[in-house]
Design a binder for this molecule. Structure first.
Ligand code: NAD
Length: 488
């Protein structure tokens, strides 16, 4: 397991020699000490990325793609190690890491490996005699800052399109979950990535992250994290007017209409909130139920929530692991008090599990809270845990009022058998993504991102390639007859 900084193609200690322990959230025991990047290390990483940029950006697109395709193969060849590392570091149940995180990571690198030589400029029909065409050029050195909830997958979401487009990278994983990003760096080297193209520098947000956001040598910063930090990144980026891409928080509304297939809606809604212990920006954290089916839905939903098997993430039968840090667990439990203070009713969970074998870990039971009003704090603020609020509605307008009644706008879902209603509500929802009769689907080809306080810019698909390139318009006078502007 590598636990140093990856700069200029080599694993190295931090200039200061400082390290930070990463903990196993199952029992809070240290896994390993990881080198902690400071300003000097970020400077070194940026310098390496700047040196690597001219050659990498001019490498044939197909050759860039080939390295990403090779990396995808290596990820699959190392799947079990990556899955275990992710589960150990984050608390993702092993069955999730094996079935979702690792295959999605490989799929993302493969998709953008294939995309590298298919993303192209245009020729534009301008006035006679001129050829006008566009070049999609890489931006330069890109700083990428990712959170701790899906560290492996987000490493691929950020790195793959940036590299396919010809940029070089300085990436900072979250300080508490650096291990799989470092493993990807190691595999990159085996895949033939030239030194300096990818640099991975774990470190504290307010030091390493802030330095990346401010750095004059970085042309773009792509940030995934909380809305509050996103705002700081925008401010820090102003010095050299970096391009900024923000994937921020969410408070997904999951609307169940009275004509929905209830069994599918119950199961899909449980997945929407309890997968990854609710630590997902797109989690369906607000259940919005038609009043006619609310009781029947809740009876089944709560029974399912109570039956979810909590346990050590490395046990392949575990369905729900611990939250990723103790600090975060305490924050989530704090919201149970906030809910009660505002007259909310805790219908299940709201506490750590009684099982003594889980007592040292960051576990929280699946929690369902009925709120009095959609403006209550727990129905507005992102809890980011296995914590779902329940509200009821009488008609479509009220459902939309509740769904759109937050400052966020990332993902949302709806369950109905009525085709027209499905499309109408999808159109009216204030969010970057809508799932109809499902929830939380992602695919490397489908744009991912939010509106409002959930940020701007898109990951995945052609949109991601647009984000990681800039357009140059080239005008050629082929045989235009231009009368002299000045007659003399
Ligand atoms: P966070 O904002 O605390 O941290 C995210 C990253 O930013 C970490 O790497 C952190 O070290 C770094 N950071 C902290 N301070 C910084 C600063 N001043 N300058 C630059 N970087 C800094 O978020 P978190 O608690 O790690 O993650 C959870 C949040 O991420 C939630 O709000 C969640 O919704 C959001 N998220 C959004 C998406 C999305 O795609 N929209 C995906 C996953 C998570």
């Amino acid at each position: 397991m590598r636990h140093q900084l990856f700069i200029d193609g080599r694993f190295v200690d931090a200039a200061s020699g400082e390290t930070l322990a990463t903990l196993n959230p199952h029992d809070n025991t240290p896994i390993v000490e990881v080198a902690m990047a400071g300003r000097e290390d970020i400077d070194r990483a940026v310098a390496a990325a700047q040196r690597a940029y001219p050659a990498w950006s001019r490498t044939a697109a197909a050759d860039r793609g080939r390295i990403l395709l090779k990396l995808a193969d290596l990820i699959e060849a190392n799947a079990e190690e990556l899955a275990r590392l992710e589960s150990l570091d984050t608390g993702h149940p092993l069955r999730d890491s094996r079935a979702l995180d690792v295959p999605r990571t490989a799929a993302c690198f493969r998709y953008f490996g294939g995309m590298a030589d298919k993303f192209q400029g245009e020729t534009i029909p301008v006035e006679a005699g001129f050829l006008n065409y566009t070049l999609r050029e890489p931006v330069g050195v890109v700083g990428q800052v990712v959170p701790w909830n899906f560290p492996l997958m987000f490493t691929s979401w950020k790195m793959a399109p940036a590299l396919a487009a010809g940029n070089t990278i300085v990436m900072k994983p979250a300080e508490i979950t650096p291990l799989t990003s470092l493993k990807i760096a190691e595999l990159m080297a085996h895949a033939g990535m030239p030194a300096g193209v990818v640099n991975v520098v774990p470190g504290l947000g307010n030091v390493a992250g802030q330095t990346i956001a401010e750095h004059e040598g970085i042309a773009k910063v792509a940030f995934t994290g909380s809305t509050a930090t996103g705002r700081r990144v925008v401010q820090a980026s102003a010095g050299n007017l970096k391009k900024v891409q923000l994937e921020l928080g969410g408070k997904g509304a999951n609307i169940v209409f009275d004509d929905a297939n209830l069994a599918a809606a119950v199961n899909g809604s449980a997945w929407a909130i309890f997968h990854n212990q609710g630590q997902a920006c797109i989690a369906g954290s607000r259940l919005v139920l038609h009043e006619r089916i609310a009781d029947a839905f809740l009876e089944k939903f709560i029974a399912l929530a109570r039956s979810i098997k909590l346990g050590n993430p490395l046990d392949a039968t575990t369905e729900m692991g611990p939250l990723t840090s103790r600090q975060h667990r305490d924050r989530v439990l704090g919201y149970v008090d906030v809910a009660r203070d505002q007259g909310g009713q805790v219908l299940c969970g709201g506490k750590p599990p009684a099982d003594p074998s889980l007592a040292a870990g960051c576990y929280v039971e699946p929690t369902v809270v009925r709120t009095r009003d959609f403006r209550d704090r727990v129905a507005q603020e992102e809890v980011f845990g296995p914590f779902v609020t329940v509200m009821t509605f009488k008609d479509d307008d009220e459902a939309l009022q509740i769904a759109n009644g937050t400052d966020y706008g990332l993902g949302g879902g709806l369950w109905t058998r009525d085709l027209q209603r499905a499309h109408r509500i999808a159109r009216e929802m204030k969010s970057g993504m809508v799932w109809i009769n499902s929830y939380k689907r992602v695919n490397p080809g489908s744009p991912f991102g939010g509106v409002g306080q959930s940020g701007y810019g898109r990951e995945m698909g052609f949109d991601a390639m647009r984000e990681y390139t800039q357009v140059k318009s080239v005008w050629v006078n082929v045989d235009a007859q231009i009368p002299p502007w000045y007659s003399r």
